[in-house]
Ligand binder design. Structure first.
Ligand SMILES: *Cc1c(COP(=O)(O)O)cnc(C)c1O
Length: 356
């Protein structure tokens, strides 16, 4: 059997079935063999009765292996608030209640979260550089992890979740509760900004790295949606592989000023850094992470300049610290930390990740 040629696939894309309660039909139609017939087809009336549980595995196993692997993250897109999206959420909830493996996984996740929370408490006590009101926001970084993991933690009170890929967040948020506060922490492509802006419960973007992207995000945010908190990313380690603006650069100040003065639908919160892995590991061994020290210094410069030029008092929040070094970040004044693998375990490769 041969796969459809790219040109043929394109024409299939344009005639995708758009019935909102048939997202899987849409999915299956996208990838058909050379004959052009959908791989699996359901009549609309019937599909409504087919349970979600029975649909997903059969869809997957019917796909050619290369396609199903490459397109795992391309699971269906759901309209937020649609019947189909609600049905997926209901089936996830059901699974968490009834499935023994799912329950065990949920328990493990909650224990991991509690462990991090108690470490946060201890690190706060040791804090030398208090910046804000001592609250440390824990963002559970759920990139490449399935929706059910997020739901399990949300059911246990975790509100803030971080994602790195717009496409993945775009598929996760409609099938998860709107009470989640999403944080976008990945590298920000201009072409993806319009999607981000349309996610109503997008709480914050941590990776603004120029004024233009901030202006675009602001322009595209619907007027009746809540404002988005934004952090400007600083490349404190000077590595080419890292995004972010140079510490103390004019561009950094321009970006901060543009957000503060021209972006009424964005709320300037502060600065974010990822930092070098080696420094992160040093922090794990008990040394101070130089990247965090740089970010604190840059934040102080900006606070002083805001006071000098605008006559306003500002306290910047610092988004810094991950699994290996969040305790050091807190002791240096982090306002929010982004912890992934210590809560969710090691991540799969992007090609192997699934949402459902
Ligand atoms: C993946 C990621 C994290 C979480 O990293 P862990 O080491 O798994 O805790 C935090 N911040 C950013 C920007 C990330 O991409």
């Amino acid at each position: 059997m041969r796969l459809a040629t790219p040109r043929y696939q394109r024409s299939l894309f344009s005639c995708r079935y758009r019935a909102p309660y048939l997202p899987l039909l849409r999915f299956s139609r996208t990838y058909s063999y050379g004959t052009g017939r959908p791989l699996i087809s359901f009549s609309p009336a019937k599909s409504k009765e087919i349970s979600f549980e029975s649909l997903v595995p059969s869809t997957r196993t019917c796909l050619p292996p290369e396609l199903s692997r490459r397109n795992r993250m391309a699971d269906a897109e759901y309209e937020p608030g649609s019947e189909a999206a609600d049905a997926v959420l209901a089936s996830l909830k059901d699974k968490l209640q009834k499935d023994a493996d799912a329950k065990e996984r949920a328990q493990e996740l909650v224990l991991n979260l509690q462990d991090i929370q108690s470490k946060i408490g201890a690190a706060k006590t040791a804090t030398v550089n208090h910046r804000e009101d001592d609250e440390v926001l824990l963002i559970a970084v759920s990139k490449l992890k399935p929706a059910i993991d997020i739901l399990a933690l949300h059911d246990n009170g975790q509100i803030h979740f971080g994602e790195n890929y717009v496409q993945e967040l775009w598929k996760k948020y409609p099938i998860l509760p709107p009470t989640i506060s999403w944080h976008f922490i990945g590298s920000l492509q201009s072409s993806a900004i319009s999607k981000l802006a349309r996610i109503k419960n997008l709480h914050a973007v941590h990776s603004i790295d120029n004024a233009k992207k901030a202006v675009t995000l602001n322009r595209m945010r619907p007027d009746d949606f809540p404002p988005i908190n934004v952090y400007v990313q600083v490349n404190t380690s000077g590595e080419d592989s890292k995004s972010g603006l140079e510490p103390s650069s004019d561009e950094l100040w321009d970006t901060v000023s543009t957000i503060r003065k021209e972006c009424s639908k964005l709320k300037f919160k502060g600065l974010m850094t990822i930092g070098a892995i080696a420094r992160s590991q040093a922090a794990k061994e008990g040394e101070e992470n130089e990247d965090f020290i740089t970010l604190v210094k840059v934040a102080q410069e900006i606070e002083e300049r805001i006071e000098r030029e605008d006559g306003e008092k500002a306290i910047l929040s610092l988004s810094m610290g991950m699994s290996d070094d969040f305790e050091n970040a807190i002791s240096l004044g982090a306002g929010c930390i982004r912890v992934g693998s210590s809560i969710f375990g090691a991540r799969p490769k992007k090609a192997d990740a699934t949402i459902l």
